[in-house]
Design a protein around this ligand. Structure first.
Ligand code: NAD
Ligand code: SER
Length: 322
């Protein structure tokens, strides 16, 4: 179902937004995907189409941009992630929740067609079953980021039920990519390890060797996002909180996968405050609701991702970009 005409993406300059802008422009046309973020001008990678400076906490400005482009749908990627959130809980609440409420209210008032906001595996907590974490389970996170993600899911579902707004969301696992660096989360080690493997053949990891988390490669993240965005509304039983899985591995297994290509790669483990966050999250995810309701199916496993990541980062290294 491809019924959307003009989409505004808020928080477009980050790890996922910067790639989703390009993916959606290839599907909907450059002029129909309006990128936005806090800076005055777009980052180079998303400069191939319209861009506006938008702070999610500035409702007036969002309404101005929605009216200027006749926007019918908003994708909200503005967020303060888990590790940065622990350093500034008030900012995390203000952006992730007060900002999100602005979007929901504007969508309700202006009768927008669809809203998509990601949730995260951070919505779960230490009392949630950690293996094959079910769709419906205990949601008692211990980070401010996780608390905002659960609240965001509940708010989204509230607007669906109370106002009939079409709000969608998915609980991304840790996202791994090589175009834009991640923005201060706990799963960032799974990206940094590839860059350091190419640059130094050595990585100091901030979680321990057996730490196992659900992860996903960027092409699958983009596919999941577009598939849910375009899913047939009548087939959706869930709305703001779809579990989505792809792969699950420990930091040690990730290092082993890199060693297959770089045999003299070395890793040392120096866990910091992010270890406790990782230990409170699931190790693997049951995503059968996403599979049944909108046909979710990932393509990449750990070795396929490692091959692709190392090849892309090596190319950047050879060109002197990193
Ligand atoms: P990111 O930190 O890389 O990017 C977030 C963007 O939001 C940044 O460009 C930042 O400038 C912008 N932003 C911050 N405050 C803003 C404000 N007040 N107004 C407008 N923009 C603002 O994050 P990401 O990894 O691209 O995450 C996108 C979404 O996916 C978030 O909701 C995040 O919680 C979720 N998510 C990401 C991951 C992951 O591994 N990357 C995993 C689970 C969920
Ligand atoms: N990758 C994110 C983080 O670590 C998960 O939502 O914060």
């Amino acid at each position: 179902m491809n019924d959307l005409k003009k989409i505004l993406i808020i928080g477009s300059a980050g790890q996922i937004g910067s790639e989703l802008v390009l993916k959606l422009r290839s599907l909907y046309g450059n002029d129909n995907i309006i990128a936005s973020d806090l800076k005055d001008t777009p980052t180079e990678s998303i400069a191939n189409g319209p861009y506006e400076k938008v702070d999610i906490n500035d409702s007036k400005r969002i309404v101005e941009v929605v009216k200027k482009y006749n926007i019918d749908s908003i994708i909200n990627f503005a967020a303060i992630l888990s590790a940065n959130g622990e350093k500034n809980p008030m900012l995390a609440w203000n952006v992730n929740i007060n900002g999100y409420m602005n979007i929901l209210e504007i969508a309700r008032e202006l009768n927008l067609k669809r809203i998509l906001t990601p949730s995260s595996i951070a919505a779960f907590g230490p009392s949630t079953p950690r293996e094959n974490t079910p769709q419906e389970t205990v949601l008692k996170p211990t980070t401010i980021y996780g608390i905002t993600k659960v609240t965001g899911e509940l708010l989204g579902d509230y607007y669906v039920k109370k106002y009939g707004l079409d709000v969608r969301g998915l609980r991304y696992p840790g996202i791994i990519s090589h175009e834009t660096l991640p923005g201060g989360g706990t799963t960032d080690f799974a990206v940094a390890i590839y860059f350091d493997a190419i640059k130094y053949k050595k990585y100091t990891c901030f979680v321990s060797e057996p730490t196992r988390l659900p992860m996903m490669y960027m092409p699958d993240c983009l596919k999941a996002t577009v598939d849910l965005l375009q899913a047939d509304k009548d087939k959706l039983i869930h709305h703001s909180d779809f579990n989505v899985g792809a792969m699950s591995f420990s930091a040690g297994e990730l290092a082993q996968s890199i060693k297959k290509y770089i045999p003299d790669f070395e890793i040392i483990y120096k866990p910091d405050f992010r270890q406790a966050i990782a230990d409170s999250w699931p190790m693997s995810i049951d995503d059968s609701a996403a599979r049944n309701e909108w046909g979710w199916k990932p393509e990449y496993d750990l070795d396929a991702m490692t091959k692709d990541m190392l090849s892309a980062i090596s190319e950047k290294h050879e060109k002197g970009i990193i």
